[in-house]
Design a protein around this ligand. Structure first.
Ligand SMILES: [Zn+2]
Length: 267
């Protein structure tokens, strides 16, 4: 990045010595006005995209649906908004032109594009490596927020890993073991009403033990040994960090289960 600015600066210096050319046009008022208006429009659109996302999010009902909505749309919506805002900034930076030559036009385009790219790369990194911490915190709150029973209107109870097995069929249990999937089971203790929510773990990054960013993801799952009715099986999960590239393997023992092949096939 520093290289780009240095090159741009040297380029400008060389051009300044050279730029004894004639002006392209005498008056830049109409361009300046146009550029200013385009920048205002871009900023308005960018803000509307970001605002629109949060309005849509607030209209999503229920912890689980909100959770999925944030996971799916938040970073991409903010990223699009930022690109539009930066485009507006590029026009704004060129809305006070008083003097221009053909060479200076090239310089302006080059410098504007370079600056725009630098800002975009910085924001992209923030969204990719820092923002997930903030998202993760909010997702955790949404996931464990007490669910309200539609039968009684009272909060339900989140069952523990052991308790929930009674309500998950074998396909679901195999999925929980083999794939990076998690089921949460909420129970209304008064009426026995059950609500099951599925969370896809592999979409979800963990904190990297090496660089501590929230960028540690399952990349591959290998079944070393299928569990049978008599013996337990084994699966190896491969993790890789999207930031520093740190890799790790984790071996998970699969409980012996009847009909595991069938359930693994349907999962
Ligand atoms: Zn890392």
């Amino acid at each position: 990045m520093r290289l780009i600015t240095t090159i741009a600066f040297l380029f400008m210096m060389a051009i300044n010595a050279y730029a004894q050319e004639e002006e392209v046009v005498e008056n830049y008022d109409s361009w300046n006005k146009l550029a200013l208006n385009i920048s205002y429009v871009c900023w308005a659109i960018g803000l509307l995209i970001a605002l629109g996302y949060f309005v849509r999010l607030s209209s999503v009902k229920g912890g689980k649906d909100k959770y999925d909505f944030i996971n799916k749309h938040e970073i991409s919506s903010l990223w699009i908004a930022v690109i539009v805002l930066i485009t507006g900034g590029c026009f704004f930076a060129n809305a006070t032109i008083t003097h221009l030559t053909p060479v200076l036009i090239g310089v302006r385009i080059f410098v504007t594009a370079a600056m725009g790219l630098i800002v975009a790369v910085i924001v992209q990194n923030l969204l990719k490596f820092y923002y997930p911490f903030y998202i993760e915190k909010r997702l955790k709150v949404l996931r464990y927020m007490p669910r309200i029973s539609p039968k009684t209107g009272k909060p339900m109870k989140l069952l523990s890993e052991e308790e929930e097995d009674a309500y998950l069929d074998e396909g679901m249990q195999a999925e929980e073991n083999v794939f990076s999937v998690d089921y949460d089971v909420w129970k209304d203790e008064e009426t026995g009403f059950i609500q099951i929510e599925k969370y896809a773990g592999h979409l979800h990054a963990l904190q990297c033990p090496e660089c501590n960013y929230q960028t540690f993801k399952v990349t591959k799952e290998e079944i070393i040994k299928q569990p049978t009715e008599l013996e337990s099986g084994e699966i190896v999960k491969h993790y890789q960090c999207g930031y520093c590239g740190y890799k790790a393997k984790k071996s998970v023992i699969l409980k012996q289960q009847s009909k595991i092949e069938q359930s693994a096939a349907t999962a």
